[in-house]
Design a protein around this ligand. Structure first.
Ligand code: HEM
Length: 221
């Protein structure tokens, strides 16, 4: 890329969502492996993640245009994009590229399954219980326990692929997606038409976040 203008790409809520998800999942992975003393944190971080996923799905309907669920599902373009990436020459995009969008959907699905299954189970010694533990039959609860532990592995694999992909963009395709996810801005090649996107104001996201927070507190407590 020769000379470049700097343009806005991600709204504040996508960035807040992403980095608080990273922190919460790190807490979940550590506390999920390390036992009793931290199980309270595990439940709290799990409920936080559940709120984040619900928020993200609503933001995928009412949020900025490049956060919309429809913008994430472009299966045919995903293959074209991967071919470009293999050649190390990807076009800059003002949003997720088609392959990345698909990966985001899979990650959100796995994270959602993890958070929901966790709400219905307890650890083996029943020292910490999900908000709805005991509501379902013991067979279904056992099945959800298996789902929770198996899905955790799938999620870890998906997160590893995600971080690996971001590094491939950085080191091989020379696209720094990380800075854009932190600052919300990206360099755009001069002279090239800038795609129109509509970034929603902070207040709209705050409203959605408050609705999700109140609903979850009422349901989970
Ligand atoms: C627990 C670990 C992580 C999870 C669960 C995760 C999840 C996600 C999700 C769901 C998105 C989509 C954002 C959205 O549209 O709402 C995303 C995007 C992104 N993540 Fe992560 N992430 C993780 C760790 C990281 C790390 C460590 C980095 C930096 C090295 C990173 C860099 C990015 C970037 C750059 C994007 C935007 C990609 C693009 O431009 O299409 N992520 N991540």
């Amino acid at each position: 890329m020769s000379r470049a203008n700097v343009i806005a790409i991600w709204d504040q809520w996508i960035r807040l969502f992403h980095w608080s998800l990273v922190i919460a999942i790190a807490v979940l992975l550590i506390t999920g492996e390390t036992g009793v003393g931290f199980y309270d944190w595990h439940r709290l971080a799990g409920e936080w993640v559940l709120g984040l996923v619900v928020f993200r799905l609503l933001w995928g309907l009412a949020g900025s245009s490049n956060a919309k669920v429809a913008a994430l599902v472009r299966p045919l373009k995903a293959f074209d994009h991967l071919k470009q990436l293999a050649r190390g020459r990807v076009e800059p995009e003002r949003g997720h590229n088609a392959a990345g969008g698909f990966a985001v959907l899979i990650m959100l699905l796995l994270i959602g399954i993890q958070a929901v299954s966790g709400s219905f189970i307890a650890d083996e010694d029943e020292l910490i219980e999900g908000a709805f533990y005991g509501v379902l039959s013991s067979d279904t609860t056992d099945w959800l326990y298996t789902v929770h532990t198996t899905n955790a592995v799938l999620l870890e694999v998906m997160i590893a692929i995600h971080i690996f992909a971001v590094m491939v963009y950085l080191l091989y395709a020379k696209h720094n997606l990380i800075t854009a996810m932190i600052t919300g801005k990206m360099p755009w090649p001069e002279g090239r038409a800038v795609p129109e996107i509509k970034l929603q104001p902070f207040g709209r996201g705050l409203l959605v976040a408050c609705v999700v927070a109140v609903a979850l507190v009422l349901i989970l407590r």
